[in-house]
Design a protein around this ligand. Structure first.
Ligand code: IPE
Ligand code: IPE
Ligand code: MG
Length: 245
């Protein structure tokens, strides 16, 4: 395996953790067991990202569309979330990890919401890595919410519609204050964004792994970062222009 260049790390890595159900099916287990094993992979990847020195790690844990899954599966996922947060608090505190969340958090069941908010509060002073969980998250919903807020400012006379800029939008996103992801990883061999961070991914490098999420390992994560480091991010410029910068 190739070495990571720690001077050229992606600041922000976002992950669409997909394939728990197929992993379970492949191993003749139920979907819940797949999700449990998925939580194990979350632990591994958070630890690896922190060790490497990634500053922002954002994990897509539950989409707005996922509310349409069978109610037993939703219930099990919410219980797993509670368990994960309970089990990981110590590790977050020991390793300077600050927890954050994006999405319609109010839609979560009260017990899950409570422990989520408590963990965010308890880890608020940590400075080494921001771990953001996308929960009840939808990129289009986020943009609708932003539009609504900006429209209200206009109606209140605080903002002139002609003066709306990209920065206004960025400041109203759930991710306000965070850099855009440099690298997006999606597991399970699917090549889609599934309503994740639609605005923020504009210039993100995309990496698709043909590995089901429970099998995504420390080595898999490192491989994704190494692959990212081989790329030239041009942002619309020419290679020659970049060389002169
Ligand atoms: C990802 O695994 C976890 C969530 C979306 C909550 P899936 O449950 O989507 O697994 P597949 O895609 O059915 O294999
Ligand atoms: C995306 O996975 C959402 C999460 C990983 C939480 P899905 O399994 O819900 O996405 P689709 O349905 O394959 O697009
Ligand atoms: Mg899936």
């Amino acid at each position: 395996m190739q070495e990571i260049d720690i001077n050229r790390l992606p600041r922000h890595v976002a992950v669409i953790m997909d394939g728990n159900g197929r992993w379970a099916k492949r191993n003749a287990l139920n979907r819940l067991t797949g999700h449990k094993r998925g939580a194990g992979a979350v632990r591994t990847i958070v630890r690896t990202a922190r060790e490497i020195g990634i500053q922002y790690l954002t994990l897509y844990a539950f989409s707005v569309e996922n509310w349409s899954r069978p109610s037993e599966e939703i219930k099990a996922l919410m219980l797993l979330l509670e368990k994960y947060l309970r089990d990981e608090l110590k590790e977050m505190l020991d390793n300077g990890i600050r927890l954050s969340a994006i999405g319609k958090i109010d839609a979560l069941p009260p017990a899950a919401r409570r422990i989520l908010l408590e963990t965010i509060e308890k880890t608020a002073a940590n400075r080494d890595m921001v771990l953001t969980l996308a929960l009840s998250y939808g990129g289009r919903d986020e943009l609708v919410e932003v539009t609504r807020k900006i429209a209200m400012e206009c109606v209140a006379g605080k903002l002139d519609p002609a003066g709306i800029t990209k920065e206004h939008i960025t400041q109203h996103l759930f991710t306000a204050g965070m850099p855009d992801p440099d690298l997006l990883i999606r597991t399970s061999g699917e090549y889609r964004i599934s309503n994740f961070l639609l605005w923020q991914l504009a210039y993100t490098e995309l990496y698709f792994a043909d590995i089901l999420w429970p099998d995504f390992s420390r080595e898999s994560f490192i491989e994704a970062v190494v692959d990212y480091q081989r790329r030239e991010r041009r942002f619309g410029l020419t290679s020659d222009q970049l060389a002169r910068m």
